[in-house]
Design a protein around this ligand. Structure first.
Ligand code: PLP
Length: 344
């Protein structure tokens, strides 16, 4: 049997049109968009065309988008750039944020954890969707604060709304784009300063843009509506799998059941079992799943996204995350259910 991949929240295969666009750009659009000769101008034209197309899809102005290499980089630029103006003032942070978001906040002096909102809170940080549980979160209302949203997991899975935030980050490789292209979105007029010097991206992110990756991202964005509707239709498959597993009466719990969640994600707590051991057994049986964020795998620390929901460290270590690709088929999910039944 071919291997089956249920780790879409870590990365998804790039859309064929993105693969094609990257290949073509590497052959044809390899020039430096900052160069002033014709080759460079052509590359710049393609770059700005991609920016316009992506901005249109997000409902923002093209000049508000900064191309980065990853959401991790975008989050670092975001917080390091806000830090001189806001780093000494209170920031309210959702405790389940990804480490890519928490790490650059380390040198901020007054961090409070949502739902606590300190007086004079100047920045609020709330991810749109959690990578491990798939739970969707609303931006808290904090008048006057700069609102930061990590959309890395939500993009391409659920509709995006940027009206409730001022800054956001997006990752290309989780929505059908290639690795190496991600976005930082900045509403105009923020107290934000660039930290990576250089003339590119209107001096907001130095370094020659990875044009092939960016053109691949633009190609994937052309299929965003289709991706979103495929993802939306996964709810039936995902809920069916959860109902079957709960029906075994083996004490399994679905984390976030009943809450609004990404349609492709199921975080299953197999009480008394070791999530890593189960993940390895599933891998050997032909199924790629995760025990939490791929960025954390290898680390033995229980997931803070799970413990913040009130689960113990032991329970957090018993969680397996299934995240379906948009084109997952019923037969594949049935095969996964059979393997889980056999191995638990
Ligand atoms: N934010 C969230 C919620 C994520 O899930 C991830 C990756 O798993 C990131 C940020 C980092 O994204 P990237 O791989 O583009 O650096």
């Amino acid at each position: 049997m071919p291997r089956l991949y249920f780790d879409a929240n870590a990365s998804v295969p790039p859309h064929p049109s993105a693969v094609e666009a990257v290949g073509r750009a590497m052959a044809e659009d390899w020039a430096n968009p900052t160069s002033t000769h014709r080759e460079g101008q052509r590359a710049r034209h393609r770059l700005e065309e991609a920016r316009r197309e992506i901005a249109l899809s997000l409902g923002v102005a093209p000049g508000e988008l900064v191309f980065c290499a990853s959401a991790t980089e975008a989050l670092h630029l975001l917080f390091r750039g806000l830090q001189p103006a806001l780093g000494e003032r209170p920031v309210a942070v959702f405790p389940g944020e990804h480490s890519a978001c928490l790490n650059p906040l380390r040198d901020w002096t007054q961090v409070a954890w949502l739902p606590d909102i300190p007086p004079d809170c100047a920045t609020v940080v709330q991810m749109a969707a959690n990578n491990e549980t798939g739970i969707l979160y609303a931006m808290p209302q904090v008048p006057g604060a700069v609102r930061v949203k990590d959309c890395a997991q939500a993009w391409g899975k659920v509709p995006m709304d940027l009206s409730d935030c001022d800054m956001a980050v997006f990752s290309g490789h989780k929505m059908g784009g290639p690795r190496g292209a991600a976005l930082l979105w900045l509403r105009p007029g923020l107290p934000w300063e660039p930290v990576m010097e250089g003339p590119q991206e209107r001096r907001r992110r130095g370094g020659t843009e990875d044009l092939p990756a960016i053109l691949g991202l633009a190609a994937a964005v052309r299929h965003l509506t289709e991706r979103q509707s495929l993802n939306a239709s996964l709810v039936t498959l995902r809920d069916g799998l959860e109902a079957e597993i709960l029906g075994w009466n083996r004490g399994v719990e679905v984390i976030g059941k009943g809450l609004p969640r990404l349609p492709n994600t199921s975080a299953l707590l197999f009480r008394g079992r070791n999530g890593e051991a189960l993940q390895v057994a599933l891998d050997m049986a032909g199924f790629a799943v995760s025990t939490g964020s791929a960025c954390h795998s290898g680390a033995v620390k229980p997931s803070h996204a799970i413990t913040m929901l009130g689960y113990s460290s032991d329970e957090a270590r018993s969680v397996v995350r299934l995240s379906f690709l948009p084109d997952a088929r019923p037969a594949e999910v049935e095969a996964l259910a059979a393997a889980l039944k056999r191995l638990t």
